[in-house]
Design a protein. Structure first.
Length: 189
């Protein structure tokens, strides 16, 4: 297994893996659009703009020896949060007549490199892949001159919070995203 920056060939697999998180969030968009429609809009958005939230250039992946994506971590500097969903929202409006924001709330705190999401395939969980993705992105962010990593953890996921805290993250705030309560954690790097 290896950890590396994602490449174009990973795009489809990482979007499918990201859907795992969306399924757990029960987002309101799914009251009007199918999973397939949302996935199509995401695929079109990442093809349209490298600035898209789930573009492969914003991802770090864990891959098996046979090149299968086992996990993905997406992130970006907080200063880019306002623009990461523009292409996606434009496609939702133009192609699917969906005019609400999928992600309405600000997630990142100021002056941090924000870890938007991290997910590992169900078959690969419990092997330390999430930890390796986090350590890789920490080193990468530090090389890029970042001083703070930030992320949100769902309050109903104490196992994830325990992992983040064991890696040096601490609670700095709370927020509600799409009716889910989260704790915002940060780590100085």
């Amino acid at each position: 297994m290896r950890i590396e920056s994602a490449v174009q060939a990973d795009q489809s697999a990482i979007l499918q893996l990201e859907q795992t998180i969306f399924d757990d969030m029960a987002l309101p968009i799914y009251d009007e659009l199918s999973v397939e429609d949302v996935q199509q809009a995401m695929a079109l958005a990442v093809a349209k703009s490298e600035k898209s939230r789930y573009h492969f250039s914003r991802a770090v992946v864990a891959k098996s020896d046979d090149n299968e994506v086992l996990g993905v971590l997406f992130g970006f500097p907080d200063s880019e949060e306002e623009q990461v969903d523009h292409a996606f929202q434009s496609i939702l409006a133009d192609k699917f007549s969906y005019h609400r924001w999928m992600f309405e709330d600000a997630e990142a705190f100021s002056n941090e490199w924000y870890i938007d999401s991290i997910v590992v395939t169900s078959a690969a969980r419990g092997q330390g892949i999430g930890t390796q993705l986090l350590k890789y992105v920490e080193a990468k962010a530090k090389r890029d001159g970042q001083k703070v990593l930030g992320l949100n953890v769902d309050n109903v996921n104490p196992r994830a919070r325990k992992l983040y805290e064991s890696l040096g993250f601490s609670a700095v705030g709370a927020l509600t995203l799409e009716n889910h309560h989260y704790t915002h954690l940060q780590k100085n790097i």
